[in-house]
Write a protein that binds this ligand. Structure first.
Ligand code: ACO
Length: 311
């Protein structure tokens, strides 16, 4: 590839237009996208587990139907994202195998347990809230298929966030025990949600290049700050406290000062030593093995159908 292709690529990115699968792209750009999109897809799929834990124990039929639909949405997000990654020349099977073999990551947040029903509220409000703050800018990512997948995903995420908020609102305005349960869930999910945005900018290996390529539009710390500022006001309406004694408005910065999450803990969780990593991976592996016959049957069916068409 000569300099001309690189120049064309640079010009498209500079003009805020989209790189499409047919376009030439630097190998490192392709690799970074595969890594990020795959990690994102795996997170959606593994993310079904902590919430799936409460489907059979939701407090009402209506809550159960909503949660079931939400968890199905996560599966859908995983599938669009695998499809987006496939446009980069890798197959879904390869990606799933990389996850199963521990060669690709998924978000740290899904390695924490869901202990009470209020955790479903806290996941919706905080985890899906953080996901939206991180993902809205990805709708403007320079790679077309990823950017387009994000548009629908963000719409669904904002519904998820509201359902979580509504669960917490109901609990925080309920009996003292329900209020306490809601506060306890927020206390446990707050710092892991802040850590979802990744290591601080100084330790973020990929940010600089991903920003130059316009895959990322903001740094990890910029998005984390935006999330904190958003939550403070919403916590006020919920009547719940964010568990950070250092949280206060800083007039000079026009933003809240806050206590950073424990990044050593984040690194431990990323390396597989979080409270639920082993359980999540074991469950995923089992589901993959148990589903083998479905994949084989679907494949055979598709082959037969194709053969009939050509006969
Ligand atoms: N969980 C697991 N791994 C993480 C996390 C996290 N919360 N944050 C960072 N990492 C990893 C990175 O993948 C990278 O590891 P690698 O080089 O082995 O891939 C390393 O830590 C260093 O981090 P960065 O250089 O900052 O990585 P990156 O530029 O990819 O930024 C971020 C991380 C912000 C998560 C980015 O990948 C992103 O925006 N991804 C898309 C959104 C996403 O995946 N969301 C999933 C959870 S939301 C949901 O599913 C509801």
């Amino acid at each position: 590839p000569g300099g001309e292709l690189q120049e064309y690529f640079d010009a498209i990115v500079a003009a805020d237009q989209k790189i499409e699968p047919r376009d030439w792209m630097p190998e490192a750009y392709r690799k970074t996208l595969i890594r990020q999109i795959a990690q994102h897809a795996h997170s959606e799929i593994i993310g079904m587990q902590p919430e799936g834990n409460w489907i059979s124990r939701a407090p009402t039929l209506k809550r159960k139907a909503i949660l079931l639909a939400k968890v199905q949405d996560e599966a859908g997000h995983g599938l669009y994202l695998y499809a987006a990654a496939e446009t980069l020349g890798i197959s879904r099977e390869e990606l799933v195998e990389m996850l199963i073999e521990g060669r690709q990551k998924y978000s740290s947040i899904f390695n924490y347990p869901t202990l009470t029903w209020a955790d479903i509220g806290a996941i919706g409000w905080l985890v899906d809230g953080a996901a939206i703050v991180n993902q809205v800018p990805l709708c403007r990512c320079s790679y077309g298929p990823y950017a387009r997948a994000m548009i629908r995903i963000c719409k669904e995420e904002s519904f998820h966030q509201r359902q979580g908020y509504e669960i917490l609102h109901t609990l925080s305005h309920g009996t003292p025990a329900q209020r306490e349960m809601a506060q306890d869930a927020v206390n446990r999910w707050w710092y892991p949600s802040l850590a979802m945005f990744g290591p601080p900018d100084g330790d973020s290996t990929h940010s600089e290049r991903s920003m130059a390529w316009k895959i990322k539009r903001f740094t990890n710390d910029e998005l984390r700050q935006r999330f904190v500022d958003m939550c403070v006001q919403q916590a006020g309406v919920l009547g719940l406290e964010l568990p950070d004694p250092g949280l206060r408005w800083n007039d000079e910065r026009g933003a809240h000062d806050y206590t950073q999450p424990d990044y050593d803990e984040l690194m431990r969780v990323i390396k597989g030593e979080g409270p639920c990593n082993r359980q999540r991976m074991a469950h995923r592996r089992r589901a993959y093995e148990d589903g083998a016959w479905v994949r084989e049957a679907a494949q055979k069916h598709a082959e037969k159908k194709a053969a009939r068409k050509h006969a």
